[in-house]
Ligand binder design. Structure first.
Ligand SMILES: C[S@@+](CC[C@H](N)C(=O)[O-])C[C@H]1O[C@@H](n2cnc3c(N)ncnc32)[C@H](O)[C@@H]1O
Length: 350
């Protein structure tokens, strides 16, 4: 598994913060949904790279959605130049069908999602996403609700270990959870570097070339704080409700669990509902809500890898809406970690 990688920059974090945001897989995405016309939702607006790409490719209008107020603030300097063609809404993309109803009554041509954290968020120490920069242990994209510090200082050891394991695939989750509980008994853990150093001390030394010891735990906490898998499951279903026949849904993921959820969603909703999860109830074959030109995930080509090695783990999956009615999809069948299995409890066996 790999997440949007956090690499110490050789020229210092300040230089990285000033580096232009490079939208990942934008070219293959635009090619996959061409011709681009009509109204689009960019459900993960971030620095606006996808929204601008869609507008430049011929979209009449783009409704950008981001739950982070910072994304809207950052766009204030350039978005007005697009006039009525670009509107930005602070919202969770789980609610994008309601956003579409209000802001795009003319109907949508497509929806794009580029999941995860933005480099803008990672680079700002005060947002608490980075294990390389000291800041408050925050990690809240929406800047509201419980923070990572709340989770780390308040969760019981067992559920904390489960979170690290299920959301970060951290095999040393129990050891790390135990170390966290011991450390917080002495003093609450409130900063990113205190947590990162604690994890580094708990895990055997990582070899050169391996990711930082805290990578998986930080990813797990970020996913839990922002309920990223819950939002993804809800967002995919909201997209199915919002799109008219022919509408495109293009999703870019950055790690294997997200990609598995998107892949299974499309498998289930293109009529391949059998046997994707042995715990899932056997679902009646429903009329396909999406078609796909290719079931394979699309990755970066050599040119993109050469200019943006960070794109290495990115995968794009695209589907086109049919006229079949929208249906809810079982979260466990979608492969959502920790989703309740029928007849059993969610989470791993202890
Ligand atoms: C990887 S960045 C997107 C970058 C964007 N494609 C660009 O080119 O600038 C992901 C963005 O999605 C936002 N985000 C993540 N989950 C979200 C959700 N459930 N609802 C709304 N925004 C979300 C984050 O705040 C972040 O700004």
């Amino acid at each position: 598994m790999a997440d949007r990688p956090e690499t110490p920059s050789t020229s210092g974090p300040e230089a990285k913060a000033e580096a232009p945001h490079v939208p990942v897989l934008l070219r293959p995405l635009l090619a996959a949904v061409a011709p681009v016309t009509g109204t689009w939702i960019d459900g993960t607006f971030g620095a606006g790279g996808y929204a601008r790409g869609l507008l430049e490719a011929g979209a009449d209008r783009v409704i950008g959605i981001d739950q982070d107020p910072l994304a809207l603030q950052m766009a204030e300097s350039w978005a007005p130049a697009w006039g009525d063609r670009l509107q930005i809404v602070q919202e969770n993309f789980a609610n994008m069908d309601a956003v579409a109803e209000t802001h795009a009554p003319e109907g949508l041509a497509g929806i794009v999602l580029d999941l995860g954290v933005s480099s803008m968020q990672l680079d700002l120490a005060e947002r608490g996403f980075s294990f390389l920069r000291d800041g408050p242990l925050d990690m809240r994209m929406s800047q509201s609700g419980p923070s990572a510090a709340d989770l780390v200082n308040e969760m019981e050891e067992g559920p904390l270990a489960d979170t690290l394991y299920l959301y970060g695939e951290e095999r040393a989750s129990r050891r790390i959870a135990r170390a966290i509980v011991r450390a917080r008994e002495e003093e609450p853990i409130t900063t990113t570097l205190r947590l990162a150093e604690l994890i580094e001390r708990t895990l055997p030394r990582t070899k050169p070339g391996q990711s930082h010891a805290a990578t998986r735990s930080f990813q797990a906490l970020r996913i839990a704080v922002n309920d990223e898998y819950g939002a993804l499951a809800e967002g995919l279903m909201a997209a199915e409700r919002a799109l008219p026949p022919g509408g495109a849904l293009a999703v870019v993921t950055f790690h294997s669990i997200e990609d598995r959820m998107v892949k299974r969603f499309f498998q289930l909703r293109t009529g391949h509902s059998g046997n994707v999860n042995r715990y899932a109830p056997v679902q009646e074959a429903e009329a396909a809500a999406f078609t796909q030109k290719t079931k394979k995930g699309i990755g970066p080509d050599d040119d993109e890898l050469a200019v943006n090695p960070r794109s290495r783990s990115a995968r794009l999956r695209v589907g086109f809406r049919t006229s079949a009615p929208a249906e809810d999809v079982d979260r466990a069948a979608m492969g959502m970690p920790g989703a309740a299995k029928p007849g059993g409890k969610g989470g791993r066996r202890r």
